[in-house]
Ligand binder design. Structure first.
Ligand SMILES: [Zn+2]
Length: 281
């Protein structure tokens, strides 16, 4: 485990970060000499010290070059950075992170905020899609107490019950519903939904989804209450007095944290998502 390796030598820790996909396993010299060599330096500020060195021309590159951590907080050492990700996963306040990581807020806060943006990037990425070949997804359209029209979907058989939501315009068109579906449901899925959604899609819509996206729609009469209750859970999770109640950012983070919490190891889940969306180069 990455965190346990925090106490190990820098070389071991760096190797662990490479295995988790947080930093690259190779780096080419910008001058074109070829592969650079990873040099560890325990004296490095902030811990987890090291850099890439070109054996040809002697050029140096920072250890985190090409990673999203480095792009966000280039001056934060690798160990404090990993601690920051860990504390974000568990929802600790930034002050606690600064204390534990022994790093100033000016370096920690940007990375902490960047972690929250991972949630939105995740839902914009195909990796977040629910369903898949042979899987079923239930789709429900409902109105929230605040008057929002929401399309919600949930994978039926999965233990994690991953959910997605898309807030639709007041009078959703066929295209609004189609894009909400194809943006969130993986190709090959059978979609169970009520008559209201079927009517908005019409034959044209259902044919299109089947031919272009291999999404098969089947009418369903009894909808499960779990999707709507998940939305209620989201509204309850917002701090009192929050206005407006719904923002895309807070919804993305709520849904992301829910999927993370349902996984066996939330921190590893987070690292796996990060290395998938932003592969280290
Ligand atoms: Zn070189």
């Amino acid at each position: 485990m990455l965190l346990e390796r925090m106490q190990a030598s820098d070389a071991e820790f760096i190797e662990c970060c490479q295995q988790a996909g947080l930093i690259g396993t190779s780096q080419s010299c910008p001058s074109g000499c070829g592969a650079m060599r990873l040099v560890c330096c325990t004296a490095g500020a902030g811990g987890g010290g090291g850099h890439w060195k070109c054996l040809g021309c002697g050029a140096y590159r920072a250890l985190g070059t090409g990673t999203w951590i480095y792009e966000t907080s280039p001056l934060l050492g690798l160990k404090p950075a990993v601690l920051t990700l860990y504390f974000w996963t568990w929802g600790y306040p930034v002050v606690a992170v600064c204390h534990e990581a022994e790093a100033p807020p000016s370096l920690v806060v940007p990375l902490y905020a960047r972690c929250s943006r991972v949630c939105s990037d995740y839902f914009r990425n195909e990796v977040s899609n629910v369903g898949g070949p042979g899987e079923s997804v239930e789709l429900v359209r409902f109105e929230t107490p605040g008057g929002l029209i929401v399309l919600g979907g949930m994978e039926l058989r999965s233990k994690m019950n991953p959910v997605f939501f898309r807030v639709l315009p007041a009078r959703p068109s066929r295209d609004d519903v189609i894009s909400a579906i194809v943006d969130n449901v993986a190709s090959g899925t059978t979609i169970h939904c009520g008559k209201d959604i079927m009517e908005t899609l019409g034959l044209v819509g259902t044919d299109y989804l089947q031919k272009m996206w291999k999404l098969y729609l089947e009418p369903k009469q009894n909808e499960s209450a779990l999707i709507k209750s998940t939305w209620e859970e989201y509204e309850v999770s917002l701090p009192p007095g929050t206005s407006p109640r719904y923002t895309p950012k807070s919804l993305d983070e709520f849904l992301f944290r829910k999927r993370m919490a349902a996984s066996r190891d939330p921190f590893l889940y987070f690292l796996a998502i990060v290395s998938t969306i932003y592969p280290a180069v």
